[in-house]
Each structure stands twice: as C-alpha cells, then as structure tokens.
Design a protein around this ligand. Structure first.
Ligand code: ZN
Length: 481
C-alpha cells in the first residue's frame, strides 16, 4: 500500500483531537441508536422507525440545524395501509460564500434476531476485540452519527464549520425508499437549489485494510417466474405420474438462466455493457484486494474467476444473475411428499453501465417465453417483475470533488484511497445526481467484512472513529475546491 503522510492543518488537528477524546461518548451514542429496532420491513416495528427519526431529529436540533420531518404518505403492506416514516431534512448554515454539501444517510435497518445466528443480541451494541457488533452499526447508523459527531467536533472546538450542510436522513432505505424520490423531486428548486456537492455514506471499503471512494453502483432488476399446475397441493402418491408438475417446469426454466461459471444465458444481455477504459483498468490494477481473505471470510473455497482483476470486473463491470428462492415450495425439515400447486422462482440481475433495466426486462421475458414454448407444458406461466428496476450509476472518479475526498483520506489514513464500484445498488445516488445536477460521491466508513445485511453486523472501532475524522476532513477539503 502506498504510504502518504500529510500535514494536518491546525483547525483540523483540533477537531481530530476532540473526536479522539470523545470516542467513548460516540460509542455510547451508537449504542443508543442501535437499541432502537428501526426495521423498516416489519410493519409491527414501524413505530420504532418513527422513534429513530425523532431521535435523529433531536440530535440535529441540538447541533443547531433547522430540521423538518417530511411526511411521505401511506404504504400498502399485506393489504393494510400503514404510514410511511417521515424523511428527516435539515440544513445548517447559510453563508453564501461557503460551499453547500448535501449529506445522505439512512436510519432504518435490516431485520435481525439472535436466533438467526448472532453471537450477541443484535440490538444491543456489543464490543468484542475493538469491534462494535449490532444491527445498523455499519449500515447505516454509524455513518449517520459520524456526520453528527464531525459537526459537534467543529462546534465544540470553536472551529468554524467550513461549509453549509443539508441533510437527508431517511427511514425506508432497506425497504425501497418508498416515497423518497417524489419528495426530493418536489424540492428540486428549493431545498436543492444551492447544493454544490452531494455525499452519500452508505457503502463499505472493498477489503478490511484500505479506505476507498466509490464511483459506481450496479443497478438491478428482479423477477418472479410463476408456474401454476393445479388448484390445490397434491399428494405425490396419488398424483405423481398423472400431472405435469409445476416445480419441474420451474426448475427447468431456472436452470437455463445462468451457467455454472456465472455466465448469463439470456441472449443479448451483454450487448450494452460499457467496456472498461484504459484509465479505469489502471485503477483496477492498483486495488488492494485479497481474494483469499475475501473468500475465507465467507467460507467459500473457489471463486468464479482466478485473478483479482477478473473477479472484480465480474462483480463491478459485468451483470450477474442470482437465483434467490422458490415461493410455494415445501422448505421445512424432513420429507413431505407434496406436489406444490403453484411455485414462484425468484431471481435478480445486477446491471452495469450502460444496461437499461427496461431493455433487460424485455430480453428476460422473451427468453423465458421461448423456453416455455418449447417445454410444451399445459401449466400456466406468469412472469412477474418486482418493480421498474434500478439503473446502474457511474461517475468520473478524477473530478475535483473526488480529489478533495482523496486528500481527506490521505490526511486521516496516511494512504491513498482505492477507487471502487459497489456491487449492490443505492438508487438514491442516481436520484440525487439527477435532481441536483451536481457531483455525487460515496464516502464509505465501514470495512468490507462488516456484514451489513448478515448476522453479526459490526463496525470496527477504528473505522467508526477514523471515519468520523474522515468526514470532518472531507468537509474541510471540499470547502477548498
Ligand atoms: Zn445502507
């Protein structure tokens, strides 16, 4: 790793010292945030999401921000109408000679239960070996608190905040950010009119050692293939050998989507994939990424590609198709000789620049229909698409905004950042870019092994504290552009 040592300017050094001193309080704040079970996918926990939004609202108020909890309407879930949690929008400072930075983060989390295999209670922040375990510690409560603590550090040390800030903290990110882009679009000419740069902290380092800046995200489209065979579930003793079985039809289709080396078999799917530029290739070569460690972490022995570059190109710059599950199939333990009446196979495709979700969806549908026609089954096929899909995003990692974050990273970590693309999607990135027309940067706080949506999610104490310094340094550096 290339070592870079940068002098820390006096105001920033003061801010860093404060962050160091307040370490324990910052962990305590994270503990309080993690204890709120703000699982957006669970309607029974919606009140906790609301509690979380109010908690953050108060924190921002204490920092002197002008805040607003913006209503986003109603959501229909299992035929029931429930209220969406409000989006927290705020601003701090309106000095026209300063740059205005818009920060985005989310305060809702993925579901978690100790019975899923957690080593400690997911909603009780637990410290083991300088790692802070708890749902939301890394995704995304830690980073949201990081911003608040960075501001606090400026204020408490009497250091002038070098920029104006705007905040968008939402409570539905893990459930598709319902209502968010409509709300933000309406405020294009008001809230966003003076925004110069946008910073999203909701991604991770590639590995565990080296910081990075993220300049791209894959898009996605999700599908369900429904096959209906009979009006009720059947006993295989009585009906096996009599009926065309829905499950066999479904497995036949699913098996034709992707080969064992991960190549998608849908005709035309690779046609629009943007080739890698020479400059980008260089970034790939520099990446600090240990394939073996990455695989050991997840208990996998052999990767789909041999080299680091090929694997990352496969993950970041080529589409991938994953099969997730089958609804309606028997999945309990033991053996049950049932022939399911209706099954839905679920899969998704991660998209890369310049793929268009609409075009991909047409390709998927026509391919599945052609397989189905040659299958000649009397069963009923229906192809379901979960939504319109998410468009992939990529930006120029060499612009002045990225360079400011690059300098901030060097100041805090004494190392150049890697430039990464995130294999997942954060649709808000594209929305914010479209609405503001300004550069959007993804500034990760957590490490690649944080297990954002898994059991034992954690954030390293180092990432949490240095990451807070990084946020403070980013605001400092971006004010100089
Ligand atoms: Zn997140």
């Amino acid at each position: 790793m290339s070592k870079v040592t940068k002098d820390i300017e006096a105001p920033l050094a003061k801010v860093f010292r404060y962050i160091e001193q307040e370490k324990n309080n910052f962990v305590e704040n994270l503990k309080n945030a993690v204890s709120i079970k703000s699982v957006s996918a669970d309607p029974n926990l919606r009140f906790e999401v609301l509690k979380m939004m109010n908690w953050a609202n108060n924190k921002l108020k204490i920092l002197g921000a002008e805040v607003e909890l913006c209503e986003t309407g109603i959501q229909v879930m299992n035929n029931e109408k429930i209220e969406l949690p409000p989006v927290l929008m705020g601003k701090l400072g309106n000095n026209t000679s300063k740059k205005t930075i818009c920060l985005y983060g989310h305060l809702d989390v993925q579901p978690a239960d100790i019975s899923d295999g957690w080593s400690s209670e997911p909603f009780i922040l637990t410290k083991r070996d300088d790692k802070l375990y708890g749902r939301g510690s890394s995704d995304d409560k830690g980073p949201v608190l990081g911003w608040m603590h960075a501001i606090e550090a400026y204020q408490q040390t009497g250091t002038e905040l070098p920029v104006n800030l705007k905040f968008i903290f939402e409570g539905m990110e893990e459930s598709g950010s319902i209502g968010l882009s409509e709300l933000l679009s309406k405020r294009k000419d008001t809230f966003f009119s003076d925004v110069d740069y946008v910073c999203v902290s909701d991604s991770y380092w590639l590995g565990t050692e080296k910081p990075c800046l993220t300049y791209g995200l894959r898009g996605m489209c999700s599908f369900g293939v429904e096959i209906k065979g009979s009006s009720k579930d059947l006993h295989s003793g009585m009906y096996g050998g009599i009926v065309f079985e829905a499950m066999s039809d479904l497995i036949h289709i699913l098996d034709k989507l992707v080969d064992h080396k991960g190549k998608i078999l849908i005709p035309g799917i690779y046609n629009d994939v943007e080739p890698l530029s020479e400059k980008e290739k260089e970034l790939f070569m520099k990446l600090d990424f240990n394939v073996d460690n990455h695989l050991t972490d997840i208990g996998v022995s052999k990767p789909l590609k041999e080299t680091k570059e090929d694997l990352l190109i496969n993950n970041w710059r080529k589409p991938s198709l994953s099969i997730h599950g089958i609804e309606g199939a028997f999945s309990g333990s033991g053996f049950k000789t049932v022939i399911p009446r209706k099954v839905i196979g679920k899969f998704s495709i991660r998209l890369v620049p310049n793929q268009d979700p609409k075009k991909v969806s047409d390709q998927v549908k026509s391919y599945i229909n052609s397989i189905w026609n040659s299958r000649k089954s009397p069963n009923k096929l229906k192809i379901i698409q979960s939504n319109d899909g998410e468009i992939p995003w990529i930006t120029d990692p060499f612009n002045s905004h990225f360079m400011a974050a690059h300098r901030a990273t060097e100041i805090v970590y004494n190392s150049e950042p890697d430039y990464t693309i995130c294999g997942g999607s954060i649709p808000i990135t594209l929305t914010l870019e479209k609405i503001t027309g300004k550069s959007v940067l993804l500034l990760p706080m957590g490490a690649g092994d944080d297990g954002a949506h898994s059991q034992d999610e954690k954030i390293n104490l180092l990432n949490y504290i240095e990451g807070t310094k990084l946020m403070a340094a980013y605001l400092y550096e971006v004010s100089k552009i």
